[in-house]
Design a binder for this molecule. Sequence first.
Ligand code: IVH
Length: 680
Amino acid sequence: MDLFSAIDTEPIRQKMEQLAEQLDRLNYEYYMNDRSLVSDQEFDAMLRQLQDLEQQYPELASPLSPTKRVGGEVNKAFRQVSHRFPMLSLGNTYSIEEIEDFEARTRKLLDGTAFSYTCELKYDGVAIGLTYRHGRLVQAVTRGNGTVGDDITLNAKTIPTIPLRLRGDYPDDFEARGEVVYPFEAFNAMNLQREADSLEPFANPRNAASGSLKLQDSAECAKRKLMFCMYFLMGPDEALLPDTHFGRLDWARQMGFKVQPYIQECRDINDIKAFIDHWDRARWDLPFGIDGIVIKVNQTPLWDRLGLTAKSPRWAIAYKFKAERVSTPLQSISYQVGRTGKVTPVANLQPVWLGGTTVRRATLVNADFIQKMDIHIGDHLFIEKGGEIIPKVVGVDLDQRLPGSMPVAYVQRCPECGTPLLRVEGEAAHYCPNTDGCHPQIIGRLEHFVSRKAMDIESLGPERLELLYQAGLVRNIADIYDLRREQLIGLGTDATIQDKSADNLLAAIDASRQVPFERVLFALGIRYVGEVGARKIARHFGNIDALMAASVEELAQVEDVGEVTAQAVNQWFADPVHQTIVQRLRAAGLQMSGQWATASGPLSGLTFVVSGVFENYSRDGIKADIEQHGGRVSGSISSKTSYLLAGEKMGPEKRRKAESLGVPIISETEYQKLIVEAES
Ligand code: IVH
């Protein structure tokens, strides 16, 4: 007998099982019933205990453990899988008459049979299918093209309203379908954070939900606070399921799925219309977005009789809400200056009620937008709020235009500092070029520099920065590291900075000297260089000297760095003012280089450019695969490119460039062969 089998792991297994069950139950009560049975700290302590045990005894860890909810595993590639049952779409309409036609047609086809409808919400998110075997989640797949979708199981497991193990009775083999939505509150918070981190905010919760499900890092997905709304239950053996849609959803609820309570059985067209009317208004009170309602024949045995059209079933239809639109007077236009100097015109509107909120402002995007819409002073503007929750200006209410009104003249000078604005060739926005003297730009850059994902100097909030600026102590990011204790104490109108807070502030500044190079690079606030871009650039060059010496062409070699970003980085470092700042930051002890494990593997030393559509991988998937095998992915072809990996529908330009530089072009199959050969 060897040493290990001598240890009896049974009590440990039992303990882990018990913790998992408790955590599952607490999760369920919290997300399904809005009930907290223990404090957050107690919950976290139990979770940590289970995590520790799983780390110690990985062979005892369950793939469905509640620890999977926090993510941590990385999606290497989103495998494409075929749906066992095709994911059909629904016929949809914006017209009540067509709903009347649908109802009349269905009644006629069913020829006197007694039946009813169910009306439910049409969730505005991303459709996924969940396969359960013996009460356990085995796979989660996106709709994709209805026949083939992406395997997103790891990310789905992080969504608390997706049960990992079912409760009570359940069919042994079935699929649950529903929509992953991004609730407004979490969506807004996430977008605010993205803006603070100078990342492009998501246009709407649906895009954000879709992007989140395709995140490589499941721990990142776990933070997104997505929700799953279940709306369909199906299985290989229909006889095992209830014979009404209503009954099926009810059963699903008992198994532990989140089924929204807003489902109603309707007898006739009047019931249906009342449901539509109600939700057309009430939808704005929901914590998540819906874009219509779905009407289904309730009795599932009738579905076969009604059959399918080319793409969608005849037993269901979606009614889509029209975007709500109002017209309201434009009172004035403000021009906001961001940290990069970009000017954004904003319409100040007469406050108007639209889709559940009062709208006072809406972006006018840029000068071209104002011109294209031909907005005049004093115009009434049409404002719309559709799936997007941000109100949009969609046109001018010409019926209300005053005779002789003048078109809006775009500002010529910066509203903050008076400097004449510039408009760069090929760019839509105007910029204030007074980078070092324009207040919102200076403060904006400082705020970005200290923000959480950059230098993370939490005790330097916007008010403090303003205070330091007004006192003449901080004008640029390097000045932060010259601050001395005696300068800080007593600052503020009521001497808000005291001994202790001065010490804390200096300690926080000091701690930021350890922030890794890639975040220092992000913190510099170079235009177009977000968190991810900074990481890729930092890893590519390894240190600031190599980066500062890089040409535009060399910069464009970095994966996901395009021509425009490369230009911006190159220009930023060419500016003597910035060079001085970098020298001062270096002297202050900030990290100006980093060490990353060099990838090893069969493809190490090889650089790939990826283009087109692939059969067995998504685009991101094949990139991840290259990196996983030790290769590097670059965004553009140069003489240093080892291979152009060509999928279907590759652009002709890439091919021409590769051919002219003598870069070999290989197919997906050849790529796979390359790995196998290199490995052997
Ligand atoms: S039922 C065969 N119910 O709307 C019927 N779909 O084109 C399957 N959707 O892609 C769909 N809420 O993702 C159904 N309550 C609901 C829904 C819903 C949203 C989505 C679904 C589908 C699209 C219909």
